[in-house]
Design a binder for this molecule. Structure first.
Ligand SMILES: [Zn+2]
Length: 535
């Protein structure tokens, strides 16, 4: 074995964090122990629940769900909605029981585009620890995440993945998709197709579940996707503007890409009178104002909904079995900056350095607000209409659309951004049941973990959410802040929220405890750094 091969075997997937650490951007503090959650139990029973199983099937009640050692052992229908069977005809007592009469149980949510913090944040002050991110996710029902890029390093991510799987830390299940280092504007250590294949074999051997691409020269990308297929690695791509002129997401879909992330690559696949987006002369990709304002013009330069080109592109994505992870939420600020900047949760839940990172200082990724205008917002609203129309139609014709949040940028705080994505999928035209399916079983299928999680079925892991009310009636009630409601009896404003317990692998988390921990961490982050701006 050559030294170079040795090096690749230990460092493939660490390229970016090694470089970042040298530049003052070290990894986020990992979680080391679990200080919340009870279980798993020998026998945990959820009694008398209304089940919404995640497959798209409508609610059904009442049922007892029996969980043994972290796995769903039985689901028994126990009578009629207003008439429970006598105890003698119900499953025998457990060592922990949760009374779910009047409550709704859904699968845990799958966030298909997530970052466990981002080392970039270090430039804005002391970084939030991984515990902050994990607790916000669990408190919003997220029990599985696809770590898109492993920006803290592949080894770091695999360590957290193992500790999450064993219940040693309070965290969702983690799938590790390291960053493929072959783009000029971020980090490029792969220069040939042969190097791409070698690197992929190395990260696969280290334990990667899939690959996050940002583009690459086409010959390298094609070889890499071919090697992914050989190795059984799934893939997602953010088709960055620096790469998309040579291959849009229909090209990469043909080469075997599993999913397109965000919107990049789709608008370009729909171009019919051009191959390259029309930019104005002052455009500079290095200035994020240009990057993000011109991205709001892609769809209007593309084929119209219902046109022959639109239909042909749609047909081909469907035939290829392609998936979209739109992450509508992460661009929400582009169409209404004030709404996103003043969101109800920043006061109590946005960590000091994260808030600082969001501010327009000309440096941080996604902080391009130096001259955001009415025109920019209107263009983005129009862009969303076309983009959402495509995604909704793709879903209606049988295509898979998974839910991803990409939080940690652009005024989107962890957990809250995921719930916002549920709202935006509904805005795109999904019914609430379709939204839930996207957020559960379709995400699990995309990540190739649907035999384990994503729906409520006997034999699967017990990743379950216990809600006080039907979440399909109003996704806003899933925000940790709750949603503003007038109590008609008292004539007082209240902020109810409905997620009571998040159960992951049979470990029962009390959402209120998780949120109290997060509020403490945020308050402490402000005490420790009084010089940082605050919401
Ligand atoms: Zn991302």
């Amino acid at each position: 074995m050559t030294d170079k091969t040795e090096d690749l075997r230990s460092y493939a997937g660490e390229e970016r964090i090694r470089k970042g650490t040298q530049a003052g951007m070290p990894p986020v503090d990992p979680a080391t122990r679990r200080d919340r959650g009870d279980g798993p139990f020998d026998r945990l029973i959820l009694r008398g629940a209304t089940i919404i199983d995640g497959t798209g099937a409508p609610p059904i009640s009442p049922a007892d769900i029996v969980i043994e050692g972290g796995r769903i052992a039985a689901i028994e229908k126990v009578g009629l909605p207003r008439k429970l069977s006598p105890d003698s005809r119900r499953p025998a007592k457990g060592d922990r029981e949760i009374d779910c009469r009047g409550k709704y149980v859904t699968p845990g949510f799958v966030d298909c585009h997530a970052h466990i913090g981002v080392p970039y944040h270090a430039l804005s002050g002391p970084m939030a620890p991984a515990d902050y991110v994990y607790k916000l996710w669990l408190a919003h029902g997220v029990t599985t995440v696809r770590e898109m890029g492993c920006f803290n390093g592949l080894g770091w991510t695999l360590d957290q993945k193992a500790k999450a799987a064993s219940g040693e830390i309070a965290a969702p299940r983690i799938l590790a998709y390291p960053y493929f280092p072959a783009v000029n504007d971020m980090l490029k250590t792969i220069h040939t197709p042969a190097q791409a294949r070698e690197w992929l074999r190395a990260v696969k051997a280290r334990g990667a579940d899939g690959i996050k691409f940002f583009g690459a020269p086409p010959a390298i990308m094609q070889a890499a996707l071919d090697e992914c297929r050989e190795l059984g690695l799934r893939s997602g791509c953010h088709h960055a503007q620096q790469a998309v002129t040579r291959m849009n997401s229909l090209t990469t879909a043909r080469w075997g890409l599993t999913s397109q992330e965000h919107y990049y690559g789709l608008g370009e696949a729909l171009f019919e009178n051009r191959l390259i987006q029309d930019y104005s002369p002052e455009y500079d990709y290095g200035d994020e104002y240009f990057r993000f304002s011109f991205a709001g013009q892609t769809f209007k330069q593309a084929a119209a909904p219902g046109s022959a080109k639109w239909n042909a592109v749609m047909d081909e994505y469907l035939e290829l079995g392609f998936s979209f992870v739109p992450t509508f939420t992460i661009y929400d600020a582009n169409r209404d900056l004030m709404r996103t900047r003043r969101a109800d949760w920043h006061d109590a839940y946005t960590y000091a350095s994260l808030w600082t990172f969001y501010q327009p200082d000309g440096g941080g990724h996604g902080s391009y607000w130096h001259r955001w205008s009415t025109t920019n917002e209107v263009e983005w609203k129009q862009n969303y209409r076309l983009w959402m129309q495509f995604i909704n139609e793709f879903k209606n014709r049988g295509g898979r659309v998974a839910t991803g949040s990409d939080s940690g940028f652009i005024f989107q705080t962890f957990g809250f951004g995921f719930i916002r994505e549920l709202e935006l999928l509904q805005e795109a035209g999904f019914t609430p049941l379709e939204v839930l399916r996207s957020a559960t079983i379709q995400g699990a299928e995309l990540l190739d973990v649907a035999d384990e999680v994503g729906s409520i079925e006997v034999g699967k892991a017990a990743d379950l959410l216990v809600h006080d009310q039907n979440p399909l009636a109003d996704f806003k009630l899933l925000y940790a802040t709750g949603a503003m409601r007038l109590n008609q009896e008292t004539n007082k404003v209240e902020w109810p929220r409905i997620l009571r317990h998040t159960i992951k692998g049979g470990i029962v988390y009390d959402v209120e405890e998780l949120l109290a921990d997060v509020r403490d961490m945020v308050a402490e982050s402000r005490r420790a750094s009084p010089e940082l701006p605050r919401p």
